[in-house]
Design a protein around this ligand. Structure first.
Ligand code: HPA
Ligand code: MG
Length: 225
């Protein structure tokens, strides 16, 4: 696939992982034995996720550090990134003069069956977001594929008239897209392959894996619905 350069609204498009990057062998890392044979390779090791998240926390603090923020964690895939990002922001707050009072709210989106995006997007826990009015909102997502989900979510959140909305996405897939809804803060730009781990699932499996990995064909078969 021809390289598609991501245009984020601010900052960088994240660490770029090329289409021809074979990933790390699973033998180089620890992972749960119950997933042996279900994974092809490690794309982003857990330690690298944590290091990148630390830097994103600093960038967010630099941009939003003088206002209260409401973090909107997009479940389920965003829970681990959100927890770690909030931890890193808290660490910065504890160790400098600049602190941000943070509230964390959870919403749930569901649109994937097996490895395919479905048309019907469900937003749960977002019925009344009137408390966002006039606030700085940080939406935290685990992965952005086509961007359609993010676009729908942004439209929903905008209706409650926050003062500012920023989006942090750990992973952005390099897919041809005609939407401009990309995160302001991106961890990694990855090839258009189905990945799991670090709270990202395939039919609810693999959330209990620390690294971000590519699922194998046999893994897809084993957990197919
Ligand atoms: N993995 C898990 N969930 C996802 C993905 C993916 O690659 N893309 C969109 N949702
Ligand atoms: Mg999912």
């Amino acid at each position: 696939m021809a390289d598609v350069v991501l245009q984020t609204k601010g900052g960088s498009g994240g660490i770029v992982i090329d289409d021809d990057w074979p990933g790390y062998s699973l033998d180089l890392f620890s992972y749960p034995a119950h997933y042996a044979g279900d994974l092809q390779c490690v794309v982003v090791p857990h330690g690298v996720i944590m290091d990148r998240t630390e830097r994103l926390a600093r960038d967010i603090m630099d941009d939003l550090g003088d206002h209260d923020i409401v973090v909107l964690c997009v479940l389920k895939g965003g829970y681990q990134f959100c927890a770690d990002l909030v931890d890193k922001i808290k660490a910065l707050s504890c160790n400098s003069d600049r602190t941000i009072p943070m509230r964390v709210h959870f919403i749930r989106l569901k649109s994937y069956l097996n490895d395919q995006s479905t048309e019907d997007l469900h937003i749960l826990g977002a019925e009344d977001l009137s408390f966002l009015a006039g606030k700085n909102v940080l939406i935290v997502e685990g992965i952005i594929g086509t961007g359609k989900t993010l676009k729908a979510l942004l439209k929903h959140v905008e209706a409650f008239q926050p003062k500012m909305i920023k989006v942090a996405g750990l992973l952005v897939k390099r897919v041809p897209r005609n939407t401009t809804s990309l995160p302001d803060y991106v961890g990694f730009e990855i090839p258009n392959r189905f990945v799991v781990g670090y709270a990202l699932d395939y039919n609810e499996y693999f959330r209990d894996l620390n690294h971000i990995c590519v699922i194998s064909d046999s893994g897809k078969m084993k957990y197919k619905i």
